[in-house]
Design a protein around this ligand. Structure first.
Ligand code: KG4
Ligand code: ZN
Length: 338
């Protein structure tokens, strides 16, 4: 083992096999992602069995490549980190088994990381001094929540979605409009050509001071709009519909976040998860935070969606606190963070 802290992280929770190597919690020596998106696209979504098989085919190759690119040997590693949930259990198991086997045979500590925590820590990959306490808007394919962070690893749930996650709503609406999987980025691009006020769609506020979310009503409104147009034989302007849907999601996400920060008397907002890549969300959140003199952080696009760099960064904070996982670490598909 070298004097440097070198953590290798493995991420296989969904449809991206990823491996990263992080030196001293700061320097990313390598960060590789092998995406299966093209494979799942023809099915309109991720097929769990196929995802597991592809992780199995890719993971060892990616580990070797990541170490080679980092110019690091197995013997120089300080710890092996791995995502152990939430996610697809079969997919997670590939990463967890690989990481456990490596850590055991190399006599290295094992650090299990929550995938959502990884998304949050994508911010620390690029932003130096993020001041606590803060409010974090988690907007991913599987989760949508507002969480207060008082320090590293300290989470207080303020509110969460009661039905669909924001990313899930993007993907389902995109699918109904005939767009490919994952639909979020495609709705984002298509929206640039549309008018966000063209189609009147609902906003779900869930009560005056609620930090909870609901996107299923909005999704149903879009489906009804498409069905009615089909019945009448009318052509739908997809760009207008995409822009109007996006407008509704973003307005609710932004206003609820601002309200939550003010209610908690805080001054900092963090965004995390795949939907934080959304161009309108980034623009609107930036504008509202400037107006309210709130500090805003969000990851660069490359770290918004799944990667292992974010897992290595979250693992670093566990590692320096002496937190280790046991050999009984298992994949937990509904692993909780808050
Ligand atoms: O955070 P993530 O990896 O999901 C989970 O960990 O659960 O992000 C994937 C989600 C997908 O639903 C995808 O459609 C959405 O993020 N997404 C976007 C954009 N880029 C990715 N949604 C809206 N606009 C985007 N630009
Ligand atoms: Zn993710």
């Amino acid at each position: 083992m070298s004097e440097k802290e070198i953590i290798m992280a493995v991420e296989t929770s969904c449809d991206e096999t990823a491996v990263a190597v992080l030196e001293n919690g700061q320097k990313l020596l390598s960060n590789l992602v092998s995406s299966q998106i093209k494979i799942h696209q023809k099915f309109g979504g991720v097929v769990p069995e196929i995802a597991s098989r592809h992780h199995l085919e890719q993971v060892n190759r990616l580990i070797e490549l990541a170490l080679k690119e980092a110019d690091v040997t197995f013997q120089q590693l300080s710890a092996i980190a791995v995502t152990y949930g939430p996610g697809l259990v079969g997919a997670l198991l590939v990463g967890v088994s690989t990481a456990k086997a490596l850590a055991y045979s190399l006599n290295l500590p094992l650090v299990g990381v929550n995938h959502i925590e990884g998304h949050i820590y994508a911010n620390w990959l690029v932003h130096g001094n993020i001041e606590f306490p803060l409010v974090c808007l988690i907007v991913s394919g599987g989760h949508t929540a507002l969480v207060e962070m008082r320090g590293h690893g300290d989470y207080l749930l303020l509110g969460q979605t009661q039905d669909d996650a924001a990313g899930e709503a993007f993907d389902k609406v995109a699918r109904a409009m005939g767009l490919d999987y994952p639909g979020g980025p495609l709705v984002d691009v298509l929206s640039h050509e549309g008018d966000g006020k063209a189609v009147k769609l609902p906003r779900s506020w869930m009560g005056k001071d609620s930090c909870d979310f609901s996107f299923s009503g909005l999704k149903t409104s879009v489906l009804n709009y498409l069905n009615k147009a089909a019945q009448k034989g009318e052509k739908v302007n997809k760009a207008d519909l995409a822009a109007s849907f996006q407008e509704s999601v973003v307005e609710v996400l932004v206003e609820k976040t601002i309200k939550a920060v003010k209610k908690r008397g805080l001054k900092t907002v963090l965004m995390a998860g795949g939907v934080s890549a959304n161009s309108l969300l980034r623009e609107r959140m930036k504008g509202r935070c400037q107006e309210e003199q709130i500090n805003l952080y969000y990851p660069p696009l490359e770290y918004c969606t799944d990667n292992a760099a974010m897992i290595s960064k979250a693992a670093h904070y566990h590692y320096i606190k002496g937190e280790r996982s046991g050999w009984d670490l298992n994949a937990i598909s509904r692993l909780k963070l808050y």
